[in-house]
Design a protein around this ligand. Structure first.
Ligand SMILES: CC[C@H]1c2cc3[nH]c4c(c3C)C(=O)[C@H](C(=O)OC)c4c3nc(cc4[nH]c(cc(n2)[C@@H]1C)c(C(C)=O)c4C)[C@@H](C)[C@@H]3CCC(=O)O
Length: 262
C-alpha cells in the first residue's frame, strides 16, 4: 500500500476537509493514527485552512483541488494512499479518484457527497441553494449584481448544524478557523464523466446518525445510488465525527482498511 521499499509497507491516509474547514479539523484523528504508526497527511484545499489564497478568487474545482492533486501526483511510483473526505470534500475525493485512480487503494466518505461519475446528482441531495440567505452568509467578491463568490455558515447556527454533539472547546476553536468557502468551485464538483476504472477502487461510506446538516435520508440516498463496498454508521455523531466521536471513527477506519490487507 505504501510501497516505500522498506520491510513493512506504510499505510498512508490523506484527509480532505469539507466546506469552510481545513486540515486543522483532522487533528484528533491524525494524532490517533500517527500514534498507532500510520502515516497521515491532511491537506488545505485552495482558499481553506492556512492557504494564502482568498476563496473569492477560486474559480473552479480544478483550482480548488490543486493542493490535493499536487500531493497525489508527487507520490513515489507504486505508492498508494487511502483518501478520506468529509462532507462536500467527498466531491474532491471522487475527482481525485477519477484523475489519479492508480494512486488510490481505497476511498472513504464521511457524511460526504459521494456521487457516481457520469450520474446526474438529484437536486434533493443538497439543501444548500445558491443565494438563499437563511443559515448562510454570502460574499459577493465581484459585486452584488453578480452571483456570490463565497459562502459561510452564520455564527449562530454553527453549533447546531456542524457540531451539536461535539465538545464545546472544538466549537470555540472552529468558530475562529472556519473560512468562506468558494461557491464557484463547488458548482462543478460532482459533474464528472463516467469512469469504469475509478469504480473498481473500493469505497467506504460512514454515516453520521445525529447529523443536523446532512440528514440520514439524504445520506441513504447517496448510498443507494452508488453502493459502497462497506457501510458504517456512527450512531452518536453529528456532522463532524472528527470532533464528536474521534475514537469510534478511528476504530471504524482500522476496520475498513483491514479488508485491504486480506
Ligand atoms: C451553495 C452551492 C454548493 C454547495 C455548498 C456547500 N455544500 C456544503 C456546504 C456548502 C457551503 C457545507 O457547509 C457542507 C459541508 O461541506 O460541511 C462541512 C456541505 C454539504 N454538501 C453536501 C452535499 C452536496 N452538496 C452539493 C452541492 C452544493 N453544495 C452546491 C453546488 C451536492 C450536489 C451534487 O449538488 C451534494 C451531493 C453534504 C455532504 C454537506 C451537507 C449539505 C446539506 O445539508 O445540504
Amino acid at each position: 500500500m505504501g510501497g516505500e521499499g522498506g520491510a513493512e509497507p506504510v499505510i498512508h491516509f490523506v484527509f480532505v476537509h469539507g466546506a469552510s474547514h481545513g486540515a486543522w479539523c483532522w487533528y484528533k484523528l491524525t494524532t490517533l493514527l500517527d500514534a498507532a504508526g500510520f502515516k497521515s497527511t491532511s491537506v488545505d484545499l485552495t482558499g481553506a485552512g492556512i492557504s494564502l489564497i482568498d476563496s473569492n478568487i477560486v474559480f473552479d474545482s480544478d483550482q480548488y483541488n490543486r493542493p490535493l492533486f499536487s500531493l497525489l501526483s508527487d507520490l513515489p511510483p507504486h505508492h498508494k494512499v487511502i483518501l478520506y473526505g468529509h462532507s462536500i470534500g467527498g466531491g474532491s475525493v471522487t475527482e481525485a479518484l477519477c484523475k489519479f485512480t492508480d494512486k488510490i487503494s481505497m476511498a472513504i466518505y464521511l457524511a460526504a457527497s459521494m456521487v457516481r461519475p457520469g450520474s446526474i446528482p438529484s437536486p434533493h441531495l443538497s439543501n444548500i441553494h445558491v443565494g438563499e440567505e437563511d443559515i448562510w452568509e454570502y460574499t459577493y467578491g465581484e459585486g452584488t449584481d453578480k452571483p456570490p463568490t463565497g459562502v459561510l455558515m452564520k455564527p449562530e447556527f454553527i453549533r447546531h448544524y456542524y457540531y451539536s454533539q461535539s465538545p464545546l472547546e472544538d466549537v470555540t476553536l472552529s468558530s475562529k478557523l472556519l473560512r468562506p468557502a468558494p461557491m464557484r468551485a463547488f458548482q462543478d464538483l460532482d459533474k464528472l464523466p463516467p469512469n469504469p476504472e475509478a469504480e473498481k477502487v473500493p469505497r467506504v461510506y460512514i454515516k453520521t446518525a445525529k447529523d443536523n446538516l446532512f440528514d440520514s435520508v439524504r445520506q441513504d440516498l447517496l448510498v443507494e445510488n452508488w453502493p459502497p463496498s462497506q457501510l458504517y454508521v456512527l450512531e452518536d455523531s453529528d456532522h463532524s465525527a472528527f470532533f464528536s466521536v474521534p475514537t469510534t471513527l478511528f476504530a471504524y477506519l482500522l476496520r475498513a482498511v483491514s479488508f485491504l490487507q486480506r
